[in-house]
Write a protein that binds this ligand. Structure first.
Ligand code: SAH
Ligand code: DHB
Ligand code: MG
Length: 225
């Protein structure tokens, strides 16, 4: 992420956020709680939260998997989108993040549709595979970028034809194009890209994004078979 987003990106993000996303006591309280608890300000933006909602509604997803909860800002958007009979399983490594998230879920009134699993995501995913979990309809990958290669391979085992998989932060201020980057996050995203490209079960694209969180992008894949 750049230290400071380009001013015009920030202003345009605010313009469309003010126009399209009304103030929302539960989401605004979650954002405030996350900053008060000193969680890093790397939640999806309001417009990106709406994008996740739209993708979930468009695919009528009922079972959602999120890898990387933080304070649960994105989780609340997705839990609302699945509706009262849907379910979101969200995976988080950091117990402090998980505790803040659980409080935010309660405040937002969506705790009953969310299951937070604490621990390294690769282990939680392995457990879901072992438990023969029903396939997910929608998967949002947003934890440590160095883990993306493993998360996509495990996600495929938790998918069915039609499952939509979105991975956040694949552009990283453009650093993704540096083949010799020493940053394990960049190497993770590069390897992730090779894997989705070579995977015949996936059809994939990437959307570059700018806004209040800088210059980044989303990888979007659909499971074909
Ligand atoms: N989806 C959230 C943001 C997630 S930030 C939102 O948009 O609101 C990334 C999160 O992944 C952090 O909370 C971090 O603690 C968590 N994380 C990092 N490494 C992890 C791992 N190995 N397993 C599970 N979670 C991890
Ligand atoms: C980082 C992680 C994220 O999930 C994000 O949206 C932005 C930044 C990070 O680890 O730097
Ligand atoms: Mg992210």
């Amino acid at each position: 992420m750049p230290d400071k987003p380009i001013e015009i990106w920030d202003k345009v993000d605010s313009f469309f956020t003010d126009a399209l996303i009304p103030p929302d006591p539960a989401l605004d309280a979650a954002t405030a709680a996350n900053r008060n608890a000193a969680l890093p300000a790397i939640d999806v933006t309001p417009l990106q939260g709406r994008f996740l909602e739209l993708m979930i509604r468009a695919t009528a997803a009922q079972r959602v998997l999120e890898i990387g909860t933080l304070g649960g800002y994105s989780t609340i958007w997705m839990a609302r989108a699945v509706g009262p009979n849907g379910k979101v399983i969200t995976l988080e490594l950091d117990p402090h993040h998980a505790e803040v998230a659980q409080r935010n879920f309660q405040e937002a009134g969506v705790s009953d549709r969310i299951e937070l699993r604490l621990g390294p995501a690769s282990e939680s995913l392995a457990a879901l595979i072992r438990e023969k979990s029903a396939p997910f309809d929608f998967i949002f990958i947003d934890a440590d970028k160095s883990g993306y290669p493993e998360y996509i391979q495990q996600s495929l085992k938790l998918s069915r034809p039609g499952t939509l998989i979105i991975a956040d932060n694949v552009v990283r201020d453009g650093k993704v194009i540096e083949p010799h980057s020493p940053d394990p996050n960049i190497q993770g995203v590069r390897r992730f890209t090779e894997l989705i490209a070579a995977q015949p079960r996936l059809s994939s694209t990437v959307l570059q994004t700018v806004g209040s969180k800088g210059y980044d992008g989303l990888a979007i894949s659909i499971v074909l078979s």
